[in-house]
Design a protein around this ligand. Structure first.
Ligand SMILES: NC(=O)c1ccc[n+]([C@@H]2O[C@H](COP(=O)([O-])OP(=O)(O)OC[C@H]3O[C@@H](n4cnc5c(N)ncnc54)[C@H](O)[C@@H]3O)[C@@H](O)[C@H]2O)c1
Length: 342
């Protein structure tokens, strides 16, 4: 399976490493509008460089294209890739508007190519274990869940590139960082009924928000609480997800949510609880999430099925972020129906 990458900045390196680690996969081409950004990939992977995407897409050997450009550019590039009949892996967020997300989904369906959105946190060992526990209904009726992202992204981070922190190309802490956590909330708690949010730009010189808070009512009646900020002094402090049920309480956390911080579940004895805590502690990162996503794409192509995190999954997380934004802007609750259309 031959891969290409568009946008050779920070996250592209994770895609290239993942491709290298997958047997039978090869990075054969890269595209960036800044030629120097491609030098690493030419040297290390012997990838063919292109400054023009249209030209790269004429290369018949490319099967899958990973889109790693600034978020506001995902849609036009992904549509071009799909129209060239190549499968699409797009970085999160799928896009910055629902219209753009729909354009990507429509182009992929029309051209009969697969579409996957990079939400790699679902594949963290601790998250996979938590998912099993929730799916086995061991927490019973859930009263509420809490997603917290207390991170530091300093002004230097935002000043690295002009697109960062802008509404047109990036968004703020919710769209860039906490979309992963909103994706997990949706994955664990199901569809959302209503959102009420407040946001502010307090400490960073950016257009979008650097702190966001909000509450959610899920369709199943449970509540959700979200706190997300890139303002935390002086470094990443906490990323966590807590779920509170009638027969169990679980918190995953740490500066990145990769450990069990607390498990108290009625149907799990002490031995099993300790086993789970230690199992995750021994290998908190597991196989890199990007590799999971890329391997799943290859399997989806071979088996002609949808990727696990497909376009509709990416769209749901985007829709929730946009509902938070709309609520904060209008200072009123937003009713939304996150429809599972796949
Ligand atoms: N899944 C994750 O955990 C994760 C983590 C970080 C970033 N991301 C996402 O990855 C994307 C890129 O982030 P980054 O930090 O790598 O950004 P970056 O600024 O480091 O890199 C972006 C690259 O895209 C190139 N580019 C811009 N416009 C282009 C165009 N029209 N054609 C070709 N190349 C173009 C730039 O020259 C640059 O090299 C964003 O959407 C971001 O949200 C995802």
């Amino acid at each position: 399976m031959n891969f290409a990458i568009v946008g050779c900045g920070h996250i592209a390196k994770k895609h290239a490493e993942a491709i290298q680690n997958i047997e039978g996969a090869k990075l054969i081409a890269v595209c960036d509008k800044v030629p120097q950004m491609m030098e690493f990939y030419i040297e290390r992977y012997s990838a063919k460089p292109y400054t023009d995407l249209t030209e790269m897409l004429r290369n018949d050997d490319i099967d899958v294209v990973c889109i790693c450009t600034p978020s506001g550019l995902h849609a036009p590039l992904a549509v071009d890739v799909a129209n060239a009949k190549k499968h699409v892996i797009v970085e999160k967020p799928i896009a910055l508007t629902l219209e753009d997300a729909d354009a990507i989904i429509e182009a992929c369906e029309r051209n009969n190519v697969k579409l996957s959105v990079v939400h790699p946190n679902r594949f963290r060992p601790v998250v996979q274990e938590l998912k099993k526990i929730v799916d086995e209904n061991r927490l019973g009726k859930i009263s509420h869940a809490n997603a917290t992202v207390r991170w530091n992204r300093n002004q230097e981070y935002y000043d690295q590139a002009p697109w960062r922190g802008t509404k047109a190309f990036d968004g703020g802490v919710l769209m860039n960082q906490a979309i992963h956590n909103l994706d997990l909330l949706l994955w664990f708690m199901g569809d959302v009924e209503e959102v009420y949010s407040m946001a502010a730009t307090r400490l960073r010189n950016i257009e979008a928000e650097d702190v966001s808070t909000g509450v959610i009512r899920f369709k199943n009646g449970a509540l959700g609480v979200v706190e997300a900020a890139t303002t935390i002094y002086p470094r990443n402090f906490e990323e966590s997800l807590s779920i509170f049920g009638e027969t169990g309480t679980i918190k995953i956390g740490g500066p990145n949510a990769i450990y069990f911080e607390h498990i108290n579940v009625a149907s799990l004895d002490d031995e099993t609880t300790d086993y789970l805590i230690n199992k995750v502690k021994e290998d908190p990162f597991g196989k890199p999430g990007h590799q999971w996503i890329l391997e799943d794409m290859i399997q989806a192509i071979k088996e002609n099925r949808k990727p696990i995190v497909d376009g509709y999954e990416g769209r749901k997380a985007l829709q929730l972020v946009l509902a938070f934004y709309e609520s904060a802007e209008k200072n009123q609750p937003i009713n939304l129906s996150v429809k599972i259309t796949n």
